[in-house]
Ligand binder design. Structure first.
Ligand SMILES: *Cc1c(COP(=O)(O)O)cnc(C)c1O
Ligand code: SF4
Length: 345
């Protein structure tokens, strides 16, 4: 399956991995579990969880690849990884202040698939799809059909970037930008790097965590070839998400000089305690990744049960500061529509 850069891709545990995980990332992605019954059955969950899982699935479909499933403890409905992907009846409950477009992104789209909110950097929706559907996601109601541009529409976004010399950084986002093909991504990056005032390429992705095989030779080829400085912001919420395959994927990225950062979301029942957050920072650093942001939950409809109040979030972070060196401290932030940056709490 892998034909290039063999030295970068050697992985001693390869033989020991289950067959389902030995497929190329595209196959792993297309074979992800999309049926709430199958998810519950595979994890040996009691039937009592099924009606809730079906109700939540009706609002935002289930999606869990095998490589992520393998890190979930079977038979434990409260597993912190499972909680991120298992739909619950609570998603159907309405909560005041929790809305469909909490970040009012529709107001900041000057071209299709392009969001320009902050000075000097622009966000490009490079793929509408994700490898995993996270139940707390602020994009769970995002109108992706309107934001999945064709190449012709990309030209419009590229034109916008070319016109505005204050833009230093292009951020590939989604969905998950790495759900797009390497051909498409290489095409886009080639055009971005032709814009002289662009210095940096940033990629916001959860794919190297969810399907570590996404970091394959084809991806490393275009990512190594660009003149742009490269930053990858991973999205990991719990230390249990970082298995050996994730560490190896990070290693491959570091070998081509990519700066690795991580953002997390503070989630009730997943990482809302000092011990877990400290272990996450430690584990990230072992994988060569620095903590960047710890976001409080965006108030998206269907995710209120994940919310941790601000005062509790501040206390957690104060406790964390007593346990970690400063460089392992994520910045606690909230995104407030209309503000010029993320807002520190
Ligand atoms: C979060 C975000 C960014 C990046 O913000 P940084 O503080 O630079 O990480 C850029 N554009 C949009 C629209 C964002 O939501
Ligand atoms: S955009 Fe990120 S957080 Fe949302 S579902 Fe996709 S991977 Fe999960």
């Amino acid at each position: 399956m892998i034909t290039r850069s063999p030295a970068l891709l050697q992985r001693p545990d390869r033989e020991a991995r289950p067959l389902a995980l030995a497929a190329p990332w595209q196959t792993q992605l297309s074979r992800a579990i999309r049926d709430p019954h199958e998810l519950c059955r595979r994890l040996g969950l009691d039937d009592a969880w099924l009606p809730g899982a079906e109700a939540g699935h009706g609002l935002f479909e289930v999606r869990v690849p095998e490589a992520y499933l393998a890190r979930i403890r079977p038979g434990d409905p409260h597993d912190p990884l499972l909680r991120q992907v298992l739909p619950l009846a609570a998603e159907a409950a309405s909560a005041s202040g929790f809305v469909d477009d909490p970040l009012a992104e529709a107001d900041h789209a000057p071209a299709p698939g392009l969001i320009h909110k902050y000075r000097g950097r622009v966000l490009l929706i490079a793929s509408p799809a994700c490898a995993v559907n996270c139940r707390y996601c602020f994009r769970r109601h995002f109108p992706y059909e309107d934001n999945s541009p064709s190449r012709a529409q990309w030209q419009q976004s590229l034109g916008y970037l070319r016109e505005d010399a204050s833009i230093r950084e292009a951020i590939l986002s989604g969905g998950d930008p790495l759900a797009a093909s390497d051909r498409r991504l290489a095409w886009l990056v080639e055009r971005l790097e032709a814009i002289p005032h662009l210095k940096r390429l940033r990629i916001h992705t959860r794919l190297p965590v969810v399907i570590p095989d996404r970091i394959d030779g084809a991806l490393l080829d275009w990512l190594a070839a660009t003149r742009l400085q490269r930053v990858m912001v991973l999205h990991i919420n719990h230390p249990g998400e970082i298995d050996d395959a994730v560490v190896a994927a990070c290693e491959r990225l570091k070998q081509i000089g990519v700066t690795l950062l991580n953002q997390s979301v503070l989630l009730r029942g997943v990482n809302d305690d000092v011990g877990t957050l400290a272990a996450l920072s430690e584990r990230l650093f072992e994988a060569g990744v620095l903590p960047y942001y710890l976001h409080v939950l965006d108030p998206v409809a269907g995710a209120a049960h994940f919310d941790v109040p601000d005062n509790e979030a501040r206390e957690l972070v104060a406790g964390l500061r007593e346990m970690l060196p400063g460089f392992l401290m994520p910045r606690l932030v909230r995104e407030i529509p209309g503000e010029a940056s993320k807002t520190p709490l």
